[in-house]
Design a protein around this ligand. Structure first.
Ligand code: UFG
Length: 344
């Protein structure tokens, strides 16, 4: 293989898709995951090391054993709502975890990093609903989760300048869909994301969907988001690992399509894919939801030579549905193995 890449959080949703993409492009993924929210069943490519990112001894050992040359760092806590009630936990896992990872990389001479950041660094998104967000837009996170992502970006940027680390922070918009193989896909517990909830509602395995508000300043009154296929997102990580950047460079790059879809457009697309309408009602706004978060993805194209190629809403929803109907989803992830996981 080309070389070994440590994938922290590689048993999670985006991490597992990236491990598969790395494998397909000739790299050797070394998944490092505590399985606190990831799934052992999702680790199917390369090697697996069970560990916590705050454990620098175990991290260092994994880097040495496999001759790791680069790190893609997904591991962290992601639930925005939970971060508002347990901010300390988010700082501990996300920020202290990144401190531990960076010092271990330095100790082991690993000088290339791709970091999972988020559109959450832009907070309410700032400008009007039809304006896309460039990387230079004001950074004003609206949750402790977003604070930790921005803090990690600053930390990484400073270490690039100080020690010659080369890093790309990818600011994801709304990751969605699944690998078309049906082997891996999205499975959060509890599920809070729109597309899986809408599919469950249409299939009759879940509650009817509540649309969180239809009085936003957007074309149909529901929130606009930039849904990006998880395989497009995975490809962006490989492009970021391969980008020709000088030593010491730090780059923050949006990963989105540049096109927004409303909650009602998603509901329609899920209805088309399932062949049955999504039972839904209009409810109150969810606290903190910005009206519009749509990427300006031009920098990703210029810097990484990357753009979305499989992120039409219909493609995303079709792939998400295939996964939710797959045996892997039914047995591994929702079955006994899924329930065995320890909670953070
Ligand atoms: N929504 C509903 N009903 C639901 C669930 C969601 O109407 O039952 C709406 C939300 O209000 C929002 C849209 O569907 O307008 C998408 O919601 P998601 O929860 O799927 O995703 P978010 O945009 O809230 O969150 C995503 C990522 C977070 C990240 C955040 C900000 O999942 O990790 O974007 O970047 F922090």
């Amino acid at each position: 293989s080309k070389y070994a890449v440590l994938v922290t959080g590689g048993a999670g949703y985006i991490g597992a898709h990236t491990a598969k993409a790395l494998h397909e492009l000739g790299y050797f993924p070394v998944v490092y995951d505590s399985l606190s929210s990831g799934f052992r069943e999702a680790v199917r490519w390369g090697a697996f090391v069970h560990g916590d990112i705050r454990d620098s001894r175990a991290l260092g050992e994994a880097m040495e054993t496999h001759g790791v040359k680069a790190v893609i760092h997904f591991a962290g806590l992601i639930e925005v709502g939970r971060s508002t009630v347990k901010p300390d936990l988010f700082w501990e896992h996300n920020v202290s975890g990144t401190v531990s990872l960076l010092s271990t990389m330095r100790e082991k001479g690993v000088n290339r990093l791709v970091f999972s950041s988020s559109a959450a660094v832009y907070g309410q998104g700032g400008r009007g609903p039809l304006e896309s967000i460039p990387e230079s837009a004001p950074k004003a996170p609206a949750s402790p989760y977003g604070d930790t992502k921005l803090a990690c970006e600053w930390l990484i940027d400073a270490q690039c300048r100080a020690y010659g680390l080369t890093a790309v922070a990818l600011r994801y918009f709304n990751a969605a869909g699944a690998d078309p193989s049906g082997q891996i896909g999205e499975a959060h517990e509890p599920e809070s994301h729109l597309i899986p909830l809408a599919i469950a509602a249409a299939l009759g395995d879940g509650k009817p969907l509540t649309v969180f508000g239809n009085d936003f300043d957007t074309p149909d009154g529901t929130c606009l988001r930039d849904y990006i296929h998880v395989n497009d997102l995975a490809a962006a990580h490989v492009a970021a690992i391969e980008a020709d950047l000088p030593a010491g460079a730090f780059e923050a790059v949006n990963v989105g399509t540049g096109k927004g879809a409303s909650v009602l457009e998603v509901v329609e697309a899920v209805g088309r894919a399932v062949g049955r309408p999504v039972p839904h009602s209009i409810g109150a706004r969810r606290a903190g939801d910005p009206p519009s978060l749509v990427a300006d993805p031009s920098r990703a194209q210029a810097l990484l030579g990357w753009k979305a190629t499989r992120s039409s809403l219909d493609q995303i929803v079709t792939d998400a549905l295939r996964w939710e109907r797959s045996p892997a989803y039914g047995s591994g992830v929702r079955g006994p193995a899924g329930q065995r996981r320890a909670k953070v």
